[in-house]
Design a protein around this ligand. Sequence first.
Ligand code: 13P
Length: 291
Amino acid sequence: MKTLKYYFGRAKKEKWAIGQFNFSDWSQVRGILEAAKVLKSPVILGTSEGESKFVGLQEAVAMRNVLRKKYNLPIFLNLDHGKSFEYVKEAIDAGYDMVHFDGSKLSLEENIKMSKKIKNLIGWKGVVMEGEVGRIGTDASKMYTEKFEIKEEDLTQVKDAELYVKQAGVDVLAVSVGTFHGMDVTGVSPNLRMDRLREIKSKIELPLVLHGGSGTPENDIKEAIKLGICKININTETRLAFSNTLRKTLGVISLSAGGEIVPYKYLPEAIHAVQAVVEKNIKLFGSEGKA
Ligand code: 13P
């Protein structure tokens, strides 16, 4: 199997993006991988600190190992938004392919210092490191009922990004260019700042990462990929598909009225719903057939 760095290089050159789809249990993983299999796409499975604490870092790695073999696909595992050196180290030690260090709450200086420390820890291990400059608005569990306001000071400042990349030595860079974690209640979050992305791209060579992919209009995604975005993170869309389908399948029927209690009978619909969302995104990101 080719390395994740190989796929980043190819995505950058050929102008497509690898999808990172987050999960917190095996059913979601199954939906994600079925989509990757149908479309012969490389895929990154993502776990935030919360998700990986629920799943277990070692359990996630064991699952990836088994599934890589079974599906015969380039399946990678990323720690999404690792916030502390200790937890990022745990993920690396457990065998994650990639770690995202989110130092967005730190000063630029501290962010660089911590990122360098992680990069040194990685050494020659081959783990891909994603750094972040700027602040991506957050609350992945929520559908925003009011328009989400992106503050200018939260966007990635080009000079900061340049300095960070030069000093921290990361492999890929997450940028804040108008997306946010979660989704507008309308289902569409049309905030992408192409002007800022274009400016970043003109100064920075690294593959760029777009967080908060859910709900971003298709044309914006396509344009962003042309401007150097090589990985797009999706969580809310798959969470919604999974949870809403499960709610519908389980319904409000009480047990005495014959409600289904067998997980392997009520989960497949939710798995298919996740698969459909992931297939839609893989096609949009252009990673179909790139495995
Ligand atoms: P969404 O939940 O908005 O898709 O964002 C996911 C994400 O960026 C994870 O890091």
